[in-house]
Design a protein around this ligand. Sequence first.
Ligand code: IPE
Ligand code: IPE
Ligand code: MG
Length: 267
Amino acid sequence: MAIFTSSTQAIPEDRDVPRHVAIIMDGNGRWARKRFMPRVAGHKRGVETLRQAIKACASRGIEYLTVFAFSSENWRRPPEEVAFLMNLFVVALNEEVDRLNANGIRLRVVGDLSRFDPKLRLLIEEGEAKTAVNTKLTLTIAANYGGRWHILQATNKLAIAHPEKIGNFSETDLAPFLAMAYAPEPDLFIRTGGEQRISNFLLWQLAYAEFYFTDLLWPEFDTTALDAAIASYRKRERRFGRTSEQLGVGQEPRAPSSASLLQDQNA
Ligand code: IPE
Ligand code: IPE
Ligand code: MG
């Protein structure tokens, strides 16, 4: 398995198009309520939006798309809504896997799947196996996912694999045990629905992601909205700890840097 460069260990390559986009698809319930429909109608509509987003990401050269579908905290919702979401996951897998496969898309599901119905787990396994050789885009669905769970499962696996090193683990030791070790870190993080929080999504992996928040509710997040997010990303200066001057950008006159002040003194 390819191990990707960590943003804290080395400076990632600068690209015009984000290689990995991670999305918190929020606002389905409010979208439906605004239309006097039950909240779950928003979830159903949200699947349509996701289908369009996958297509758009693939055609824009994005290689990894990771979406938050169900958090480890979403079990706190009314049981009817949880049951609807579980069933929607089953229906969507049944309907979409062949289409994903035909479009060269690899499906991965990340999260604590042990709490899911065996039928759903089987569908996930089959969907992942069926699409395993595809390389156009890797679509990761985060389901019963929590960022803390993700870090802890990796830590526990590492401790079991290397008990002799406990107390001396490095980031590089942990990386291969992360459930998403198959993907580079997200470049662009998008959250729809107006909230500006991370809600226990990819805590480890978002270390240096660019954040983009929009008030659009997830069912309203169309291709134009995605392009606006990518355009915003393009304007960002990703410094990864360095200064603008080191990046060689911003040629317009600036206050002299301390380095040039020193040179002036020496002149
Ligand atoms: C996101 O939409 C989908 C899930 C969390 C499953 P919400 O259901 O959170 O919609 P709002 O935020 O209540 O509008
Ligand atoms: C985050 O949305 C999880 C998903 C989109 C699946 P929530 O709607 O559950 O987040 P909070 O509760 O508002 O933080
Ligand atoms: Mg929400």
